[in-house]
Design a protein around this ligand. Structure first.
Ligand code: NAD
Ligand code: UDP
Ligand code: UDP
Length: 343
């Protein structure tokens, strides 16, 4: 599965093989499903920057062309409008499989479509990986732990998930995607990697996806009260997107299947997060309490010892460092929306 292009080597001999990128590494052809989304587009930036060929597959359900537009015209970048629920034929070396709505508003919008994306979409990408001998990475989620009875969560924990709840299309969907991934690994020798991603934030997040970070940041910019659900004492751990992308690449390039928790262990209550947003954007912002949603996990914090040890990876950017990095992106997009409304 190499690009067969004669390439003059430093020593002058013409050799057939993948095109060397930098010293000691060959240029890879990589598919990123969901590459027009929040995490996917940052991953694409990194892969293009290091010199690889990238094909993005996206149906633009929550993704946006604007997230990858800066690569248009680059011959090493290709964007395909395609739904992963349908089969596709491609020839690549690696598949990063991210396509799936990730926020509750989006995955609950059409739950059957969400579970089809998780099951049939993952099956198709594994079938593709099997046919062409590509390495496959699944972006699973901390939601596979459900409302955890173990804290913090290690990869060995099997989870506490409601199979018939409103979140099940997503969390049970991802659990099935993990099962499919392991079955293709064991049964068809597909090289696989599984990441369990914890709450991630950064530029290009959907503004109105209902996630707590995007809500608070947009509310503070729009001079609206920050909406805290429930008593605000539930906890989450927030990871800056570049840390996640580094972890995904380390996992893909490493020798271990996983699953690996990829998240920032810094744990915050929603009230503490509201305080950090106030400090960062507008100290006069107020808080409004609202009822919480069904099945909301009370606490969540990754145990990342396995990723530290086996992938030599850990997040570098704290919440107080990362939040300011998404503010100008949100300000620009909110400003554009407001200008659009005025026309
Ligand atoms: P996102 O919604 O920004 O990106 C998902 C992308 O997938 C979008 O571009 C969307 O258009 C595309 N997509 C959805 N269904 C598709 C389909 N059927 N066919 C083709 N494309 C499709 O979300 P994100 O935050 O970037 O999440 C990326 C991945 O990471 C998802 O698999 C998500 O489950 C996982 N994840 C994210 C987080 C997080 O905090 N952001 C946490 C855990 C897991
Ligand atoms: N598939 C795909 N692209 C490929 C190879 C397979 O989309 O290059 C799809 C295929 O259509 C099938 C799924 O992946 O729906 C699983 O493929 P596999 O070969 O494992 O199973 P089978 O086709 O035998 O059911
Ligand atoms: N939340 C909140 N205010 C909001 C949106 C969410 O207090 O405006 C809470 C929500 O109830 C949950 C936490 O923030 O306890 C994280 O929610 P999010 O949807 O961001 O992520 P997930 O529940 O998937 O971890």
């Amino acid at each position: 599965d190499q690009i067969s292009i004669p390439y003059p080597q430093r020593n002058g001999a013409g050799k057939v093989g993948r095109i060397p990128v930098g010293i000691g590494r060959k240029r890879l052809r990589i598919v990123v499903t969901g590459g027009a989304g929040f995490v996917g587009s940052h991953l694409v930036d990194k892969l293009i920057a290091r010199g690889d060929d990238v094909i993005v597959i996206d149906n633009f359900f929550t993704g946006r062309k604007e997230n990858v537009m800066h690569h248009f015209g680059n011959p090493r970048f290709e964007l395909i409008r395609h739904d992963v629920v349908e089969p596709i034929l491609l020839e690549v070396d690696q598949i990063y499989h991210l396509a799936c709505p990730a926020s509750p508003v989006h995955y609950k919008y059409n739950p059957v479509k969400t579970i089809k994306t998780n099951v049939m979409g993952t099956l198709n990408m594994l079938g593709l990986a099997k046919r062409i001998g590509a390495r496959f990475l699944l972006t699973s989620t901390s939601e596979v732990y459900g409302d955890p009875l173990e804290h913090p969560q290690k990869e060995t924990y099997w989870g506490n998930v409601n199979p018939i709840g409103v979140r099940s299309c997503y969390d049970e969907g991802k659990r099935t995607a993990e099962t499919l991934t392991m079955d293709y690994h064991r049964g068809a020798d597909v090289e696989v990697r599984i990441a369990r991603i914890f709450n991630t934030y950064g530029p290009r997040m959907c503004i109105d996806d209902g996630r707590v970070v995007s809500n608070f940041v947009a509310q503070a910019i729009r001079k609206q009260p920050l909406t805290v659900y429930g008593d605000g004492k539930q906890t989450r751990s927030f990871q800056y997107v570049s840390d996640l992308v580094d972890g995904l690449v380390a996992l893909m390039e490493g020798e271990h299947v996983g699953p690996f928790n990829l998240g920032n262990p810094g744990e915050f209550t929603m009230l503490e997060l509201a305080e950090v947003v106030k400090e960062t954007i507008d100290s006069s912002a107020t808080i409004e309490f609202k009822p919480n949603t069904a099945d909301d996990p009370h606490k969540r914090k990754p145990d990342i010892s396995r990723a530290k040890e086996m992938l030599n990876w850990e997040p570098k950017i704290s919440l107080r460092e990362g939040l300011p990095l998404m503010v100008s992106d949100f300000q620009n997009r909110i400003l554009n929306e407001d200008e659009g409304k005025g026309q």
